[in-house]
Design a protein around this ligand. Structure first.
Ligand SMILES: Nc1ncnc2c1ncn2[C@@H]1O[C@H](COP(=O)(O)OP(=O)(O)OP(=O)(O)O)[C@@H](O)[C@H]1O
Ligand SMILES: [Mg+2]
Length: 245
């Protein structure tokens, strides 16, 4: 049985079907790539899976139990954790305290939260900035800190939305290594990214969306070579050229 089963999920915005009868599954321990051109519905799908948006139709099962319609808090309790395209850290709290507060909120005691925070700061190469406020960190450091916050208590399923976007290559490397290591330890991920070399490197299997629908699914290289996938991306480039001259 798959850890997560998404069955014909639809979300409309007015007349637009941002997610259009999308079906996919995520196996336990898998690092699944979720790709597709801009506006294809990836973020909306993650929002539906994390409870941040309501679906209009469909079913989602986690460990065989229906979870569509639960709110983010209920889903977090069941182990579905979502990282946003926009970084969210507490700006006026130190990096260290950002982690500790998250750990406490996730049910760790103070000693446990402190220990985990120190380990994660080390692993994410943030130890030298641990006493700086969240707001003083660079964009990439904030993103790394957010990774730490999400993994104070490892989730059943981690949903990552463009974690590498606009991040310095050195930090991208740290992040990639973190994801790879966690996955090797059994952590299940869905990774949304436009960074195809990273998706190819990290994700054995990928799902490609286009216009809200699942266009292709399978081994990542195979999906990228699928003519319908190439056409979906080319269509976007051509549209961009027309738009921007
Ligand atoms: N809150 C909203 N209200 C209205 N339309 C929305 C809303 N959120 C998303 N959309 C539309 O739904 C479609 C899918 O958007 P979504 O953000 O899910 O795409 P995406 O695949 O994550 O794109 P990107 O790669 O650019 O992040 C787009 O046409 C978008 O404009
Ligand atoms: Mg998006």
């Amino acid at each position: 049985m798959a850890l997560l089963e998404v069955d014909s999920v639809t979300r409309r915005f007015g007349g637009l079907r941002a997610v259009d009868a999308a079906s996919l599954h995520v196996d336990e321990g898998e690092l699944l790539g979720l790709i597709g051109p801009n506006g294809s519905g990836k973020t909306t799908l993650l929002n539906l899976l994390s409870g941040h948006m309501k679906a209009d139709a469909g079913l989602v099962r986690l460990d065989g139990r229906e979870v569509l319609g639960l709110n983010p808090t209920q889903l977090t309790r069941r182990g579905v954790l979502r990282m946003f395209q926009m970084t969210r850290v507490f700006a006026r709290v130190s990096a260290f305290d950002n982690l500790v507060v998250c750990g406490l909120a996730m049910g760790l005691d103070e000693a446990g939260a402190t220990r985990r925070a120190v380990e994660l700061l080390d692993e994410l190469q943030l130890a030298h900035v641990m006493h700086l406020d969240g707001g003083q960190l660079s964009g990439g450091q904030k993103k790394l800190l957010e990774f730490g916050m999400c993994f104070m208590v490892p989730p059943r399923l981690a949903l990552l939305d463009e974690p590498f976007a606009a991040v310095h290559p050195v930090m991208k490397e740290t992040m990639g290594a973190f994801i790879r290591r966690r996955n090797a330890d059994g952590q299940t991920f869905v990774l949304v990214s436009h960074d195809m070399p990273v998706v190819v490197e990290l994700c054995p299997r990928s799902v490609c969306m286009n216009a809200g629908k699942v266009l292709a699914e399978g081994p990542t290289q195979q999906v990228l070579q699928d003519p319908s996938v190439i056409e979906a991306y080319l269509g976007e480039d051509v549209a961009d050229e027309v738009e921007h001259g």
